[in-house]
Design a protein around this ligand. Sequence first.
Ligand code: GLY
Ligand code: MN
Ligand code: MN
Length: 422
Amino acid sequence: MRRMGGGVAVLFSAPVRHRNGDVDFDYRQGSDFHYLTGFPEPDCVLVLAPDRQEGRFVLFVRPRDKEKEIWTGRRAGVDGAKALFGADQAFEVSKLDEELPKILENAPRLHYRVGVDRDQDESVFRAVRKVRDKLRLGVSCPPVIQDPHVDLADMRLFKAPEELALLRRACEISCDAHREAIRDVRPGMHEFTLQGILEGHFRKNGARRNGYPCIIGAGDNATVLHYNENDSQVREGSLVLVDAGAELDFYTADITRTFPANGKFSPAQRKVYQLCLDAQKAGLEAVRAGNHFLAPHEAALAVLVDGFLDLGLLKGPREEVLEKETYKAYFMHKTSHWLGMDVHDVGDYKVSGEWRRLEPGMVLTVEPGIYISQDCETAAPEFRGIGVRIEDDVLVTSSACEVLSSSVPKEIDELEALRPRR
Ligand code: GLY
Ligand code: MN
Ligand code: MN
């Protein structure tokens, strides 16, 4: 509330998304809303008014309703919003039109993110119009509308100790699940069976959701960046790429490992894998407080480009590969993104036009990849159909960085040892 600099903030809970018939998609509260309230229900509105006598933290919530609660679950109601979630004041959400204009009267600014949802915009604008209609009575209407997400994103970018504890645990659960997948994969298995092993482990260990749909790509499927059909059979001799992260109490891991279906890398797979691993380690080395956000990408890219030239995947000169970005034939994404409540978490990547400096408390991924599709004509046949990504989650500290996902192996001999060939 200190960062608001006065005024009134209005935030809406995430909407329920209809799937079909009487079925909705699994509900997840919006990350900003959860961050501020911990309130898990839909159809709610949060109002923060730091200077308001009657209450600074106001929730508009669904009323208790015996009949509806039998069908669609329990509700905290107005009393629960105060008793269980610490609201200073709570109203039924149907009272928003009546109460919000009163709260907005004379506020120096309105903190509200316009353009997310038409109906939400309309209900806020209705309240603003009601206040404006009272100008002749000496009431002033907020002259400024400011996006609260900008400050919230900056707050969320720096993880508090309790957030870090959840991230660490989400990573730990995910690492254990990855180890299980590496050990249990067998040629002939479906990709979704491997998904079941990972998700079963997540759930058994307290993570009720994934942070994103699992990417389980065997063979050529590993060359599709956000592949999630996960319905092919794993073939003997293929590499399997698993990108999966457990979400624990709204904080998610984002981890990728690539390993051989039969427990042993082929010579071509070994070359591509080792190159990706060397690039990833170079990227991790560059995660240092004071370095800019793009430093890990630049470090990983330098290694990859040398490797692409060495393996004959690209032709030089090196400067031209970098300048014309021909490396994008095999490595088409960046190396890092922020990580937290959202897998691609909030936070500006540039400040005043410059890449942001890394600071203690930030968490980011380091995830170079090499993707050589089956129909790639520029690569030698032995390399076609190989996709590799190696992704770790890293906390920036004041000294060295801390890899939160280090307990799942990534060295070739470690991966082969984890799944001895029979
Ligand atoms: N799992 C999505 C990503 O790695 O960015
Ligand atoms: Mn990622
Ligand atoms: Mn990932």
